[in-house]
Design a protein. Structure first.
Length: 439
């Protein structure tokens, strides 16, 4: 009896044995409560992803187009409370499925949803929603033009002397993928943006992030379109609004082959229009010129009268004009106060320019157009000029060295070589005949 008592005491006072006994007792008690006393509970699980079997549709070349948020459901489950706890049950224990079946045309299709639990003690009692509507179509990719579009009114963008140009998208074209029926309905792609009231009015060229807007025949299926050309980090969609400053400047002309006298005292001229409005980059405002050259006038084309000339604006000048319709200018050069004198003698000096070594150049003066040379200028200056004061310059650079016959050459310039006359000029175009031969 004493030995049994000692054995019992050893068991009672051994912590390890007591721990094992308590654990076994707790498990047995938990099992009894679970089987006999725990009541059923209900729990809702949200945003469980749907697994869709679309194998039959894919065989015909169709695939599902849907947004991620549309491919989830909420599920209601029931079971013992301890089976529904977050420690016992999570989303991965619920399988939600739908089957597409046979698909042979583009469009929306309603699929029934089923759900089951992988845990035997948990039952699915509700699916919300119980059906899902998905879009089926073949996938297509195409390239489209891009147009920049602002939500702001043009009048709001700038004020004063500032002028806003046409908004420019960061890309001219983009590649768009999505349902074939939707891609084929795209007319254009817009990069659209809007400036806040705090950003306006603009006083410099401004680039702003833009959103993609698809111009389609209807908006059905637009949410499934993907622009492959745009990457929000490395290649974002932007719209640039060029801003220029408008200044009014005078129009002017440039003279060539003018006598030295006119370099400091130019003839009377009038230009219509006398001013133009030009647009300059705001950063180059300090470089705005006082005038703009609308044409170049060769003095040898001017007579002793009121010369009327028309000049079309060149591309460089036209690019600056605020009003692109102002593309021509009327110029009057009044030389009616001057007299004329005609020389029927050959110029006193003939200069042949740009000769090629090893060749000789014979100028046929008898068959030239030097027989009448017209000179304009003040009458008192013309009296001082003689034929021997005239110098004709013949540039033979372009002549064919292999042509043994006479070649017609335009006289590049006839000048007046006089120390006492600087206000007269030779009018007209003259020619000479030159024969080239080897020395």
């Amino acid at each position: 009896m004493k030995n049994k008592s000692g054995l019992f005491e050893k068991i009672i006072y051994n912590n390890k044995i007591l721990f094992v006994f308590s654990l076994v007792f707790s498990i047995a008690l938990w099992a009894v409560i679970k089987v006999n006393f725990s009541s059923d509970s209900i729990r809702n699980l949200s945003d469980i992803k749907i697994s869709i079997d679309a194998s039959l549709a894919e065989e015909n070349g169709y695939r599902i187009f849907a947004e991620e948020d549309d491919l989830t459901v909420d599920v209601e489950v029931s079971g013992k409370s301890y089976d529904l706890s977050s420690y016992s049950l999570d989303k991965s224990d619920i399988i939600v499925e739908a089957t597409a079946g046979y698909v042979d045309s583009a469009g929306y299709k309603v699929l029934n949803i089923t759900a089951r639990s992988v845990l035997s003690d948990v039952t699915v009692t509700g699916i919300y929603p119980s059906t899902i509507t998905v879009f089926f179509d073949r996938e297509a990719t195409d390239t489209f033009n891009v147009e920049a579009r602002l939500k702001n009114k043009a009048s709001e963008l700038v004020s004063g002397d500032y002028v806003a140009g046409q908004p420019v998208a960061s890309l001219n074209t983009v590649e768009v993928s999505g349902p074939a029926s939707v891609v084929s309905s795209i007319n254009k792609v817009y990069f659209e943006t809007e400036f806040s009231s705090e950003e306006l009015p603009l006083e410099a060229t401004k680039e702003k992030a833009a959103s993609l807007v698809y111009d389609t025949e209807n908006e059905r299926g637009n949410q499934f379109l993907v622009c492959k050309s745009i990457d929000d980090k490395s290649n974002p969609a932007t719209v640039t609004v060029p801003v220029s400053i408008k200044k009014t400047i005078k129009t002017d002309v440039k003279f060539v082959n003018e006598p030295a006298y006119f370099e400091t005292d130019p003839p009377k001229i009038s230009i219509s229009p006398s001013t133009v409005d030009i647009l300059m980059n705001t950063q180059d405002e300090k470089d705005i010129p006082d005038s703009i050259i609308v044409g170049t006038i060769d003095f040898k084309e001017l007579e002793n009268k009121n010369n009327q000339l028309i000049f079309d604006a060149d591309e460089k000048s036209l690019a600056l004009f605020a009003d692109k319709t102002k593309n021509s200018f009327s110029v009057n050069v009044d030389l009616s106060d001057y007299s004329s004198k005609t020389f029927e003698e050959l110029p006193g000096n003939i200069v042949v320019l740009n000769q090629t070594e090893g060749y000789k150049y014979d100028v046929d003066l008898n068959n030239s157009s030097f027989k009448t040379i017209t000179v304009y200028g003040p009458s008192k200056s013309l009296k001082k000029i003689k034929a021997e004061d005239l110098q004709a310059e013949i540039n033979v650079y372009s002549l064919d060295l292999n042509n043994a016959g006479r070649q017609k050459v335009e006289i590049s310039n006839i000048s007046i070589q006089s120390e006492t006359v600087d206000d007269c000029w030779v009018y007209g175009t003259y020619y000479a005949y030159v024969t080239v031969s080897e020395k």
